[in-house]
Unconditional design. Structure first.
Length: 276
């Protein structure tokens, strides 16, 4: 995966792909700027009467269930079905499926009818759509009970098994985000260990990851896109750590995305192929 950065980034720079993002209004500005920072072009259209045309003009589609409304829910299904029919790859972010039956039902409907190339969520959200037990006590955030981290290798091993099996069952790539991001296409499993604890203190970093995954996916396969997106955002979070406060950190995160190059990526990316 390390050697794919130059080729993939070169394609983004030369093609400036149009990325359709239907995302939370809370994070929409940051998501648009993150897409621009990587060299792609964002379009954030979400009206039900226009989204089909916008999706069909785009190279990939990013869907988020965050801060859902009736109109956005309708648009999500219209765009998802259009993308599926046209062979345009989509990624869905399962925000809030642990605490909202409406979002959980919409997620299942989207996965069944729109066949996304990538299903993304935190560990609790991935467990929820798998029909497994999960702890919903933390709202849209992963619960302490469900967290996987390097201090508990068994938790990473167990979640790797869940992610791999769910990916295989749905014929897609699954990305479980966290301290260690776990990504699988049902055959291979990758662990990404980049990131900063401060990223959790800034609203919208999960939505940013979703949208930049769509950026990479517009020029490469879904597995490579997920690995590169997780690593690049994590590295950017680390590079922004010198910032004094959260406001500055927020801006530095976007700065670091825009200034990412092959040297920084190759030196800082913590990508490990999991072989068990």
């Amino acid at each position: 995966m390390y050697n794919k950065w130059n080729d993939v980034k070169g394609k983004i720079d030369s093609q400036s792909p149009l990325i359709h993002c239907i995302t939370s209004p809370i994070a929409i500005n940051d998501c648009a700027n993150a897409v621009l920072a990587l060299g792609a072009k964002p379009i954030m259209a979400e009206h039900p009467l226009e989204v089909e045309n916008i999706t069909l003009m785009s190279k990939s589609l990013a869907i988020s269930l965050a801060n859902i409304t009736d109109a956005r829910a309708e648009s999500i299904m219209i765009s998802g079905k259009a993308a599926c029919k046209a062979g345009i790859s989509s990624v869905i972010d399962l925000v809030g499926v642990t605490c909202s039956k409406m979002r959980a039902d919409l997620a299942k409907k989207y996965i069944t009818q729109c066949r996304p190339a990538v299903i993304k969520g935190n560990v609790s959200e991935i467990k929820a759509v798998c029909g497994m037990g999960f702890d919903a006590s933390s709202g849209i955030d992963v619960s302490d009970k469900d967290k996987v981290d390097s201090a508990n290798p068994k938790s990473i091993e167990e979640m790797s098994y869940i992610v791999k099996n769910y990916a295989a069952a749905n014929g897609c790539v699954v990305m479980a985000s966290g301290e260690t991001d776990i990504i699988s296409d049902g055959k291979e499993v990758y662990h990404i260990s980049n990131g900063s604890s401060r990223m959790a203190d800034v609203t919208g970093t999960g939505c940013i990851l979703n949208c930049i995954t769509a950026v990479f996916m517009s020029v490469t396969d879904a597995l490579t896109a997920c690995v590169l997106a997780a690593a690049v955002l994590g590295i950017s979070g680390e590079l922004a750590d010198d910032s004094r406060g959260l406001g500055t950190y927020h801006i530095s995160l976007i700065d670091s995305l825009s200034l990412m190059d092959s040297e920084k990526f190759s030196q800082m990316a913590k990508i490990k192929k999991y072989n068990k």
